[in-house]
Design a protein around this ligand. Structure first.
Ligand code: KIV
Length: 255
């Protein structure tokens, strides 16, 4: 079965709102697909959510290849977007093309995502020129937020609009708006012809993305903009306590 293409995602602009969800492994990616979500982000948030880092900055290209390949094995038709991790695309167009090519060729991704607006313009053009679709990411940029700007809501309207226009002109097929003032996010959506996908950026976006570990309540705490649809951490701990107690009192294994 052919996977949903970047062009098909781009055509969702201005239509019914659509969902994108992160996944980092085969069984969870399979659940996303079975839930009818056909746009999966193998985010570098794998660093915080799976690998035990406190940011996305340490995540490497081999981490992303490993997790992308697992997601590809666990799905058949979803469009898989993989983050290019920090340090793999900033230095040169050649680096960016090499990293994006590996993610598609070895990992099985359908497109790549990278962080940065106007400053990433040349990299986006280069990767798109190599035939690989690019999803852009503006607003709060987690790869570098901890190195300076911090994790604050972005409300610098002129800069955000310039970033959105720059990534569209460079050939991105969609753009993630992370923690952008809701009014400005809606304005960006009207100013550009590619879909905006919001995270903590309000209702005025064409699509919404959340991190699965937050949605499922796998962490003790989650960002304030998250809607938690389950509390699996509590369920998992309770199931494991039950197992341990069954072993201790010899009720498992059964006779
Ligand atoms: O890595 C990730 O999960 C992301 C989302 C926050 C959009 O980039």
């Amino acid at each position: 079965m052919r996977r949903v293409t970047a062009a098909a995602v781009a055509r969702r602009k201005g239509k019914a709102p659509f969902a994108m969800m992160t996944a980092y492994d085969a069984p969870f990616a399979g659940c996303v697909e079975e839930a009818g979500i056909d746009l999966i982000l193998v985010g570098d948030s794998v660093g915080n959510n799976v690998l035990g880092y406190d940011s996305t900055t340490p995540v490497t290209l081999s981490d992303m290849l490993h997790h992308t390949a697992a997601v590809a094995r666990g799905t058949v038709k979803a469009h898989i977007v993989t983050d290019l991790p920090f340090g793999t695309y900033q230095a040169s167009d050649a680096d960016a093309i090499r990293a994006a090519t590996r993610v598609v060729q070895e990992g099985g991704a359908s497109s790549v995502k990278l962080e940065g607006g106007a400053r990433a313009r040349e990299r986006i053009k280069a990767i798109v020129g190599a035939g690989i679709p690019v999803m852009a990411h503006i607003g709060l940029l987690p790869q570098t937020a901890g190195l300076g700007p911090g994790f604050k809501v972005r409300s610098d309207r002129e800069a955000l609009l310039a970033d959105a226009r720059a990534v569209e002109a460079a050939g991105a097929y969609a753009v993630v708006l992370e923690v952008v003032d809701h009014g400005i996010a809606a304005e960006i959506g009207k100013a550009i012809a590619i879909p905006t996908i919001g995270i903590g950026s309000g209702k005025g976006c064409d699509g919404q993305v959340l991190v699965m570990h937050d949605v499922l309540g796998l962490h003790a705490i989650a960002p304030s903009f998250v809607k938690q649809y389950a509390n699996l951490r509590t369920e998992i701990i309770s199931a494991l306590e039950h197992f341990a107690s069954d072993v201790k009192d010899r009720s498992f294994p059964a006779d």
